[in-house]
Every structure is written in C-alpha cells, then in structure tokens.
Design a protein around this ligand. Sequence first.
Ligand code: M6R
Length: 368
Amino acid sequence: EKDGHDWFMRKEIFEQPRAVADSLLGRRTPAGLLHLDEMRLSDDELRDVTKIIIIACGTSFYAGMVAKYAIEHWTRTPVEVELASEFRYRDPILDYSTLVVAISQSGETADTLQAIRHARTQRSKVLAICNTNGSTIPRESDAVIYTHAGPEIGVASTKGFLTQLVACYLLALYVAQVKGTRYGDEITEIVHQLEEMPDHIATVLESAEQVYELARSHLDTRSVLFLGRHAGYPVALEGALKLKELAYIHAEGFAAGELKHGPIALIEEGMPVLCVVPPQGRDQLHEKMISGIQEVRARGARTICLAEEGDTKIEPYADVLIRLPKVPVLLQPLVAIVPLQLFACELATAMGHDVDQPRNLAKSVTVE
Ligand code: M6R
C-alpha cells in the first residue's frame, strides 16, 4: 500500500505529479473555457464579489497566502488571508458581497468550520476548497472546489498542499474569466502552464538524492531559517512548518525583505538558511532576493538556494544550489516546496522519527 516506499509521507510526495494532474482534469469546456463542477455560484453572484477572505489553518493557510498573490494579480479583487482561529473573534467585516474561501484538506478542521458558520450568519457566500468528499466543511458551504489528491495518510500535508494550490489557481482564473479581468487567450496560456507542472514536479523529484544527502548532513542542526519573497514567502513558511512537524527542529520562515528589520540578528556562523529564489524576471524580485542572501552569507550563514535552471547570478552566493525548472513566478510554489518536503522527510527519518505520525499531532484537528 506504500508502493515500495518506507513511509506514506514519502509515497505521497512522489504521488504529487499525479495528484496535480488529476486536480486539473476536466476543468475545460470543449470551447476552451474554464469550468468548475461544484462552483454553484452564478456568474452574477461572482461578479458582485468585491472582497475575498481566505480562511484556513496550518499548511492550508500557506496555500491561501499563495492564492492571494494569484487572485489579486489576475482578478484585481482585494483578498485577505486569515488564520481561521483568529477570524471569528475579531468581529470581521462581512456582507453579501464578501466571498469567504475556506481551504481545508480534511474538511473537518473545527477552527475553519466555526469560521465559515460565522461568515454565513453574516450573509457571506462560502466556497470550500477540500480534498474529502462529503465532509462537513463542503457540506456547509455554498460552493466547493474538490482537489483530487486522493487520501492523504501522512499527518504532514504534502500532496494536499500542492492540489490546494492548483484549486486556488483555478479559482483565480475562473473569477478572472467571469469578471473579464483577463483575456481568454491569457487564461488558456496559464492553464497550459499549469498542465505542464506535473512534468516539472517529476523533474524535481528526480533529484531527490541530492536533497537526501543534504538532509543527512544536517543531523546535528538545532535551528534552520527559510527565506522567500512574493509567492516564495509562503513556501518558506511551509518549508519551516514541515521541518518543525517532522524533525522537531526549530525552524522559522521569513519574508526576505524583513531580515534587516530584526531576524538577521539570529544569524550565526554556519547556520543553514534555505532560500527560495524567485525566477529571474523583469521586476526586481530576483535582485532583491540575492541581496538578502548576500547579507546573511556575509554574517556566516550557510546558504542553501533553490533557484531556476540557468540562473547564474545566484551561483557566487549559494553554498549549495538546488535547481528548479523554469516556471512563472506565481506557479513556482508548486515546484519550490518539493525539495523542502524531501529535506524534512529525509532529515526526520534519518533521526529515527515516525514521519507518518509525528508526536503531538493529529491528522485532523476537530477541536477548537
Ligand atoms: O485539514 P486541514 O487542511 O483543514 O488541516 C489544516 C492543518 O491542520 C494542517 O494543514 C496541518 O497544519 C498539517 N499538519 C500540516 O502538515
């Protein structure tokens, strides 16, 4: 049942190309328009949406952070992302023109469920992104986008996260189609790019051995930092969460631009810093990230950089370089998280930990 893998988690990491492909299946009409089966909100209802609030916990929350970048860029609709456990207790401003998007792999997370119940009392529409058919959160929502990861057994979410990202991109593109904020050709082009992602993820998995060796050389590490910018920032947070959950190592993710506002004080000689380097583009993201990496390296950090093929500018600043396929910046989380999952999984198993059932954690958290 583990398909020859030692742990469900490892099996699930290697299933990701298939899970992403399945989550993209059947989403287009013969005319090339995007179609979402259980959308259930009419075009008029979607056109009336003036604000989107995404609520989720843990890994699903980080998928929501990526979604904010994509939805705002493609649809020009303002998006807030909030931890479900904080949402209800701050008296959020909600009405019929607010779309609340609840992201939950299990569909049973109590914090997220209570948050959508609250949103519905305020007349907001609720859309669930969920991996579990018939679970409570989609049953109590107005609309659903099901992800097709298949059952996720490992307590740490891996394929669940990637398929949530796919669902978020599809939602963003669908809203762009309905609101007319992007041309049809442009939407089709991005869907094509999404359809190429399973192959790109498979390419990253082919270099698992490099990441495993790296992980095994970190058995005595007490603390690891993760840096990212833009869509790479939630990837840094998710990479840190994986390491905490599985290896019980202190790990923190930071937005690279925040370093100089405090976290850089943590850097000590030899401290590993994993850096998610954005693709080289016309904007200044890439240059800004490199200058952050230079700063931590100058203070003794050991920089482990994930950067796209052909990025030579990063080479002088990377103590270890892990290559990623060339993909658009908004889609980069789909490939960039994979080495971080492999790193955490391998380090934890090499330390002798059970990665399917980490201590103190439950697969679905049904108490608030
Ligand atoms: O089932 P959900 O997506 O609602 O679960 C949310 C979190 O509990 C979950 O992502 C948790 O953070 C995982 N342990 C992450 O690996």
